[in-house]
Ligand binder design. Structure first.
Ligand SMILES: Cc1cc2nc3c(=O)[nH]c(=O)nc-3n(C[C@H](O)[C@H](O)[C@H](O)COP(=O)(O)OP(=O)(O)OC[C@H]3O[C@@H](n4cnc5c(N)ncnc54)[C@H](O)[C@@H]3O)c2cc1C
Length: 125
């Protein structure tokens, strides 16, 4: 994925290259050479980019010990086994987080569930 990002006025633009799945693992196996490989691929696909793109940040999540996955998803059977009731408060404890989401995904789900937990607390009176 190549995402062009233009969110400020200036002489240059930003872009984000994201790889996932088996092709990301192949890049991970290149170690520190992964960044160079991405640039060379961009130049191969878009020769006009040669000399015009600078890699500012390179992050390989596979090397991040705190990263245990990208999005939360349930396995078959888990919805009926526990997911329906999982977000329910227990005594004075209220639960928020992507795993308790109902509509949104990703960071929006964290916020959605946070709002729901706040409303639960306010409704306690
Ligand atoms: C590589 C990657 C890229 C992503 N890209 C996007 C994106 O582009 N857009 C998007 O919307 N979403 C993206 N996501 C998903 C998004 O980050 C999550 O959906 C979101 O952060 C979930 O929020 P959360 O509050 O439920 O959980 P988290 O953000 O995981 O927060 C949980 C917190 O609890 C802490 N914690 C865990 N156990 C304990 C414990 N026992 N005691 C105390 N603290 C604890 C953790 O350290 C963490 O800070 C991405 C995720 C990853 C990993």
């Amino acid at each position: 994925m190549f995402w062009a990002i233009r969110n400020y006025d200036g002489p240059s633009n930003r872009a984000m290259i994201v790889r996932t799945g088996p092709s990301a693992m192949a890049i991970t196996r290149r170690g520190a050479g992964g960044a160079e490989f991405l640039l060379s691929e961009l130049h191969r696909l878009r020769p006009a980019s040669v000399g015009k793109v600078r890699m500012k940040t390179y992050k390989d999540w596979a090397y991040d010990p705190l990263q245990r996955g990208c999005g939360f998803s349930l396995a078959p059977g888990q919805v009926n086994r526990f997911a329906r009731t999982m977000p329910e408060p227990w005594k004075t404890m209220h639960f928020a987080g992507e795993h308790t989401r109902r509509t949104d995904f990703g960071m929006e789900s964290a916020m959605e569930s946070g709002e729901r937990a706040v409303l639960e607390i306010l409704a306690r009176g």
